[in-house]
Design a protein around this ligand. Structure first.
Ligand code: G3H
Ligand code: 13P
Ligand code: ZN
Length: 318
């Protein structure tokens, strides 16, 4: 059942975090639904602009609708990840999405507010919510490159004015993380104290953590043992930090890179072990199993595992 992202936020806020997982194809979609049903967790499917272009935006929508039929017990929201204004409006108009993210964080404070406000008005008229971003993450955000030197954290003192003037429903914050496999160098880390200050500045507003992959060392090692050349210094967010962050107000945790690592490990190992193989389905089947296990594991760490009945009760009361 597709629900609004807002409904998931209401159940989860300050109790647990909802996993927001990016998908691009049918195998990821199958693994995602299986993992969430297995762990009895609500979840958010994220679709990026790149994912909408990878095959065709209608293909992903059809895959998700099919999965909804195959897994009637699943409760989830569908979210546009890192949208620009045009893509947000297209998603709002489609009637398929539960929420959109407008990423105008590369603009000035006032321009970010103005763009976000326009998207909020259209989204609210369509009955869906908006995630906006304040502050800049390090690393690469789709086509927006932010080098590490110029990455800056969300200023808690600006958060209240931003939410009030923009009308955004959730806030993506720069709290020390970045996208991809290389998040931290030296003593860089997730900035729990900044999360707390932002949460105190905008009580009741769900915070969103981008760049939340944990980049498990074991995954990097297995990929490299099977022919990969990832930098072994790759590091991510400690999974043990998810739940403490959730209790402070981080209600949506975005995970993409870790799923890509599962895909890379499974396929590298499968074709290394069977070099004569050219049928992609045996590896695809392993991937769907491994992806489902990966999702169930993440949900345990996020605290969303086992929350499906609470969400069902909340949604059916409405
Ligand atoms: O934040 C970016 C997400 O990981 C989506 O990545 O734009 O390559 O689909 P993508
Ligand atoms: P990761 O690269 O850490 O998986 O972050 C994904 C993300 O923030 C998607 O919006
Ligand atoms: Zn992101």
């Amino acid at each position: 059942m597709i629900v609004t992202t807002d409904q998931l936020y209401k159940v989860a806020y300050k109790k647990f975090a909802v996993g927001a997982y990016n998908i691009n194809n049918a195998e990821q979609c199958m693994g995602l639904f299986r993992g969430n049903v297995m762990s009895k967790a609500p979840f958010i499917i994220q679709i990026s602009k790149g994912a909408r272009k990878y095959t065709d935006k209608r293909m992903l929508e059809a895959i998700i609708r099919s999965a909804e039929g195959i897994f009637p017990e699943a409760i989830f929201a569908v979210h546009l990840d890192h949208g620009d204004e045009e893509t947000c409006l297209d998603c709002i108009k489609s009637g398929f999405y539960s929420s959109v993210m407008i990423d105008a964080s590369h603009e000035s404070f006032d321009e970010n507010i103005a763009i976000t406000r326009r998207v909020v008005e259209a989204a609210h008229a369509g009955g869906i919510s908006v995630e906006a971003e304040l502050g800049r993450l390090g690393g690469v955000e789709e086509d927006v490159k932010v080098d590490e030197g110029s990455a800056f954290l969300t200023n808690p003192a600006e958060a209240g004015e931003f939410i009030e003037r923009s009308g955004a429903d959730a806030l993506a914050c720069a709290i020390g993380t970045s996208h991809g496999a290389y998040k931290f160098k030296g003593n860089q880390r997730l900035r729990m104290e900044v999360i707390e200050q932002i949460a105190n500045a905008i009580p009741g507003v769900p915070l969103v953590m981008h760049g939340s992959s944990s980049v498990p060392q074991s995954e990097v090692e297995r990929i490299n043992a099977a022919g990969g050349k990832l930098d072994p210094s790759a590091r991510g967010v400690h999974e043990e930090d998810y739940l403490p962050a959730a209790r402070l107000g981080v209600t949506k945790v975005n995970i993409d890179t870790d799923g890509r690592l599962v895909w890379t490990r499974v396929h590298r190992e499968a074709f290394l072990t069977n070099p004569k193989e050219y049928d992609f389905r045996p590896a695809g089947k392993i991937f769907m199993d491994e992806y489902a296990k990966f999702i169930a594991h993440k949900n345990e760490k996020l605290g969303s595992a086992g929350q499906l009945d609470a969400v069902r009760a909340f949604v059916s009361k409405k």
